[in-house]
Design a protein around this ligand. Structure first.
Ligand code: ZN
Ligand code: ZN
Length: 309
């Protein structure tokens, strides 16, 4: 009955490495009965990172209560992004860097949340505060989460503290983190190998906004033409999922990670999207989102505000 540690569904690199790094933190705290697990298959970027540092992939779970009573959430807190039966287990701790929403517990718990670039940045600070050892592998994993979430420190979610942490991790890691980071990000943009459904599922999150069921997916690419070329098929896959899961709004935005621009597609409450960004979808059904790279900082807040009206 180990305590299970996991990040959000449709896990990204920060979710997976945060779980692994926080399991190691618990072990150094003297609590070795913990296991990092995942709430979904790893994406290509995360696979690249774990392969690079020769770290085994965490086991994927669908439910928790069948094997434990205790869980720790990293890189998320919202119920609809967590394990399906979260209400049947005790959440011992939350380590996160997102908005706090849809979260209540029966028992007291440990919470550490900071508005910084990655969950790994928070965990790094906790290691430092305790004087725990950070091996080159752990430093590499921490940097992977930070690089992934901040697109190599370029996203507006990047704080000065993240830049400082990146510099400190560089001293602990035994690879050039900038060079490695670009390779890792590119490994995550192999769009040709993915089906349309895989593209819109890989990095998707659900949000409850004033009673509306909102789904927001992000696709990273190094060339937006790869998205334009299959736009009709992507929109068809979106429509299918929207109907199946009853989303009031399904927004997919594709981000050019080299130029820090995005283009959005939406089904459902498109009027909310247009109002949130003060722009109209063009004749090609695209919404120009110049300079937008962060779902958390640049997409969720204006939409949440718009749905609250
Ligand atoms: Zn994440
Ligand atoms: Zn994160």
């Amino acid at each position: 009955m180990s305590t299970l540690i996991f990040g959000h569904q449709s896990p990204d690199t920060d979710a997976i490495t945060s779980a692994i790094d926080f399991a190691e933190y618990k072990k150094q705290s003297g609590d070795s009965d913990v296991e990092a697990v995942a709430l979904g298959e790893l994406n290509d970027e995360t696979k690249f990172a774990l392969d690079f540092f020769k770290v085994p992939a965490p086991r994927v779970i669908k439910t928790a209560a069948n094997e434990t009573q205790h869980v720790i959430l990293v890189d998320h807190n919202e119920a609809q992004q967590s394990v399906a039966d979260r209400d049947k287990v005790t959440v011992d701790a939350v380590i996160d860097h997102h908005r706090l929403a849809n979260f209540e517990t029966a028992a007291p718990l440990f919470i550490r949340m900071e508005p910084i670039g990655s969950c790994n940045s928070v965990i790094y600070k906790m290691y430092k505060e305790q004087g725990f050892k950070i091996t080159p592998t752990t430093a590499g994993l921490m940097a992977s989460g930070l690089i992934s979430d901040t697109l190599l420190l370029k996203s507006p979610t990047t704080t000065d503290e993240d830049k400082q942490i990146f510099a400190e991790l560089q001293k602990l890691a035994d690879v050039d983190l900038k060079e490695y980071g670009l390779k890792m990000l590119k490994a995550g943009t192999n769009l040709a190998a993915k089906s349309d459904k895989e593209l819109i599922d890989a990095d998707a999150k659900s949000f409850e906004m004033s009673g509306s069921n909102v789904r927001i997916a992000q696709i990273n690419t190094v060339d937006l033409n790869d998205i334009y070329d299959r736009q009709d098929a992507i929109l068809a896959a979106m429509q299918e999922e929207k109907d199946a899961d009853n989303y009031d709004l399904f927004l997919v935005f594709a981000t050019d990670i080299l130029n820090s621009n995005s283009v959005g597609y939406a089904l459902g409450a498109t009027d909310k999207v247009e109002a949130a960004f003060g722009k109209k979808f063009d004749a090609n059904k695209r919404l120009d989102l110049a300079g937008v790279v962060s779902r958390k900082k640049q997409v969720v807040p204006p939409l949440t505000e718009e749905f609250a009206k």
